[in-house]
Design a protein around this ligand. Structure first.
Ligand code: FBP
Length: 553
């Protein structure tokens, strides 16, 4: 296969490691902190995680580590949506294992967690690895969203890992996949197996974070890719001066991606789902405020603009949230019946649902355009989440804004032209060549996962902190998975899960956005970040996100 010049040059890129990991491998010491607690629901979680609850945080420092040279066999899984840098996590893990002992072996499970359940694995060789270093995508071994949940799936996972003689399984995934990692670590110990389970924080959504996990990998590259595209659209809008661009951005429930892109590109409007929820804004109020901004710009003869919409917005509009929750419960409790109805016409589904929904939800559901209503009924993912990437919120808002502006025009309160285009940026950013930040961060996460494995730890998430400093000063270690957990209502019952980090309305990134947005709404003050730079001075090639810089200010 012919490869691009950039791909060839990226193969040769040497990711930077924190000083604690770049030293002589036998000199990586492991420091243990105090026992930890979960975020909440301590008793319930202590009961569910009898063997793994409350472990200490670990940090790697200079020291001695005799165990690091043992021959190890590990298996790695890419789980969930693609995120730039996944291959480098595998590279860091692979290089760590081989540096520790050249006879150590790394297997890659094919197609995500189902590869572990069904024993579909390949041994990762040096030449195979070299073909994927510093590249985007998960195509090296593939990914999947299978959730390990039934007793049979847990048992087959253990059977596979035992058959392959593994000492550890490394799961590279988001909050749901790492919840699964925590459950698997507990299950293995409960069955008397010493096989360890280590997680790595992956997701472009940026919602797997806390004090010790500063950001999940992939966020940096994805937001830079989207910001480049948004900047290009802004320049087009400002050149042609005839379109309003409504851009939906991936990110699932959290608005971190939209917020970061707004800080980078200064659009006229950026909705933040967490604020919509806090202010209990209805769909009508959101549409009214969009129309107010559009009308103000029209009064300045600026009949163009850019609106950023977080993918998960609909889940945060109170009346929509209630509707979605009711639909989730109905769909979970009536799977068989629903599948039958699904085959029928949409009218029949509506009639069937109408009997089960509450009054307000029923009228809201009936008021939605048919396409949107259908999208709300699309299958949930294996973790029970609505697939918000499939809901065309940008189209819903354009339609509602058009109607409202027509009304205002008829009443004489709006004089302007409104011509809107909808976009959805999501998949475009998930497999980009990882930025230098993501290439370095991912490699360090993989290497840390190896050190956690060599230290005999289980139920930990690989962690690399102090990320706004140069890579040499990053702090590597591990965080116990149970420390990030609480109990939540899922699929109709209470389940242990890693808590998603949504946008903090008291945090610096949101505050900076809120201080500036009125000016951005009225004047055309777009900022054009341009493409990710892979080579050049560190101030452009190694720069990270505004979110990370502001959070560390
Ligand atoms: P993860 O949480 O698994 O990292 O996935 C993130 C994401 O890209 C979301 O932003 C998006 O809503 C979803 O995946 C889309 O899922 P799919 O790839 O199954 O269409």
């Amino acid at each position: 296969m012919e490869i691009s010049v950039l791909q060839e040059l990226r193969y040769a890129y040497r990711p930077k490691l924190p000083a604690s990991l770049s030293q002589d491998i036998a000199g990586i010491g492991v420091e243990y902190g105090e026992p930890t607690e979960s975020i909440s629901d301590h008793e319930a979680l202590r009961g569910l995680f009898k063997h793994t609850y409350g472990k200490p945080i670990v940090t790697f420092n200079r020291g001695r580590n005799p165990g690091i040279g043992h021959k190890l066999k590990a298996g790695v899984i890419l789980s969930g949506g693609q995120a730039p840098g996944g291959h480098n996590v595998i590279a860091g893990l692979f290089d760590g294992l081989k540096k520790g002992n050249p006879e150590s072996v790394l297997y890659g499970f094919l197609g995500g967690p189902s590869g572990l359940i069904g024993n579909k694995a390949v041994e990762i060789t040096a030449s195979m690895m070299d073909g994927y270093r510093n590249t985007g995508g998960f195509d090296m071994i593939g990914s999947g969203r299978t959730k390990i949940e039934t007793p049979e799936q847990f048992a087959s996972s253990l059977e596979t890992a035992t058959k392959l003689g593994l000492s550890a399984v490394v799961i590279i995934g988001g909050d749901d996949s790492n919840t699964n990692a925590a459950l698997l670590a507990e299950y293995f110990l409960d069955r008397g197996s010493p096989i360890q389970v280590i997680g790595c924080p992956k997701t472009i959504d940026g919602d797997l974070k806390n004090e010790l996990i500063e950001i999940s990998f992939g966020f940096d590259t994805a937001v830079k890719t989207y910001s480049e595209l948004i900047g290009n659209i802004e320049r087009d809008a400002n050149s042609a001066k005839k379109y309003w661009h409504f851009i939906k951005l991936m990110g699932r429930s959290a608005s971190h991606i939209a917020l970061e892109c707004a800080l980078q590109t200064r659009p006229n409007i950026c909705l933040i789902s967490e604020e919509v929820e806090a202010k209990k804004l209805s769909l009508k109020q959101i549409v009214d405020s969009l129309c107010d901004s559009i009308a103000r710009r029209a009064a300045n003869k600026e009949n163009f603009g850019v609106v950023l919409i977080p993918e998960g917005l609909v889940e945060f509009i109170p009346e929509m949230k209630t509707l979605i929750e009711e639909l989730n419960d109905i769909m979970a409790a009536n799977e068989g019946e629903f599948a039958k109805v699904e085959k029928e016409s949409f009218r029949e589904i509506v009639a069937w649902l109408a009997r089960k929904l509450s009054g307000p939800s029923e009228s809201l559901f009936l008021s939605l355009p048919e396409e949107i209503a259908k999208q709300l009924l699309a299958d949930r993912d294996p973790h029970g989440n609505v697939q918000v990437s499939r809901i065309e919120t940008e189209k819903l808002l354009i339609g509602m804004v058009e109607k409202e502006l027509e009304k205002r025009a008829a009443a004489g309160s709006y004089r302007g032209k409104f011509s809107a285009l909808g976009h959805f940026f999501g998949y475009e950013g998930r497999c980009a060549f990882p930025s230098n930040f993501d290439a370095d961060y991912c490699y360090s996460l993989g290497f840390s996962a190896f050190v956690l494995t060599a230290a005999g730890l289980t139920g930990y998430l690989s962690s690399v902190r102090n990320l706004s400093a140069p890579a040499e000063q990053w702090i590597a270690g591990g965080v116990p998975l149970t420390m990030m957990m609480n109990m939540e209502h899922r699929h109709g019952s209470q389940k242990p899960v890693i808590r998603k980090a949504l946008v903090d309305l008291e945090g610096e990134p949101f505050k900076v956005f809120a201080q500036n947005r009125d000016a951005w709404a009225l004047t055309t003050g777009y900022r054009y970040p341009g493409a990710i730079q892979y080579f050049g001075p560190p101030e452009i090639a190694d720069i990270t996100t505004a979110t990370l810089r502001l959070e560390h200010r």
